[in-house]
Write a protein that binds this ligand. Sequence first.
Ligand code: SF4
Length: 483
Amino acid sequence: MTKYVDIIPQLDKPQDECGVFGIYKNDDDINVVAITHDALYGLQHRGHVSAGITVNVDEVFTTVKELGMVSEVFTPKTLQRLPNGKIAVGHVRYTSNQSLDRAANQPLVLRYKEGSIAISSNGSITNFPSIRKELERGGAMFQSNSNAELMAYIIASERCKTGTLEDAVLNSMQILEGAYSTVICGPTRLIGFRDIFGFRPLCVGRVKNSYVISSESCVIDSIGGDFIRDVKPGEMVVIDEDGFHSYELAHKVPKTSLCLFEYVYVARPDSVIDGVSVHTARMRAGELLYKEYPIDADMVCGVPDSGVIAAEGYAKASGIPYGMGFMKNKFLGRNAGTGMDKKKRLLHTKLTALKSNVQGKRIVVIDDSIVRGETSKHIVKLLKGAGAAEVHMLISSPPFVFPCYFGIDIHDKENLIATKKTVEEIRREIGADSLGYLSIESLRKTAEYAGVGLCDGCFTKSFSAKIPTEFFVDKYANKINNK
Ligand code: SF4
């Protein structure tokens, strides 16, 4: 009989971040609302807590945003409230704290002396506490703990001191530290910019004669557009009636730091980030896992969804047949709009081991990461419960030994199992016959042709960017990642 076991994959996984999108229309037959709506569906994997779209029609901004998935927020009725305009920006949000704070939903629209701006951002401002304290000392009042609100505030303040919105953004990029890939809808232009380290992806594309800016390239494909290029670390792109313009900060860092974990888990496999296909990187991770752990087995399978491609890579390299080890119930899961709290929601997510496919076999099962070890334990239990003769667990990334400060919700150090236990102790805890992690050298190889430097700080404790010391002591510490 098929065995069902409740698992809570999202609770024991690094959480996704946010997705941003913007469009500047140059074609009469393009509907910016429809395209942004479609784009947000394509970015849903990056954030499922809230979704929103702001449209600029003759400098009048209209926004629909709410807690929930894209399909819940944008019904035929709510979409009707959004007129087709010249510029639109969209956002899907993930939050690392448990509060579902409506004030932090994006796009965030700010009206100030020079007009309005709508901002959608992905990342984490690491000097958030000090900037905010300073602004509060000067009388500023904030509605939320979101990075976007702080950024909007800084940009508006700079705009009041400088001649153009472009100058204001460039000045703000020198004030704001940490990770941010952001799109802004101004009165007459669409602006996208990426922090100087390039932690989070951001790219530009074209649909007919109209321009789009997106967190991931897969979205540009899905809306029928053409990818132009990635926004470079420290670059701002501006799209207005004269076309596409690029500005770069003069200040460069010795090593840029695109998040390696985007390739392992966060991004969609059909995206290409800074010149490297996410699918190819995951296949390569599987091939390199075989090089490091050549296990004698009957079948290779992946933990849905992000372990599957690495499992195919392992199967290809080893010649061991790839097979489905699990069925995932796609209709249970992330649903922020039902009132069900996150924990309960995730507890209702179910994986089923395919007994007919795993019974009596020596299984290599590949997952992308281990955070606390609970999910891995369930995975092994599922396979053994379905009659697998042996379960060898391989992980397509190295052990997490440090939290992330740059936008991925990797738990506090105390919750990372690899900081407290050896690999052998973890193996015993999860009940696998063997356990292996991809080495950091091999993980770097999966994205070695990226056009930027790579961050691997959560695996190595080595960061190119400054880690915020006040992170641990400031009163906003537990909220800093609330985008
Ligand atoms: S610390 Fe890890 S998760 Fe955070 S940006 Fe660096 S590689 Fe990505």
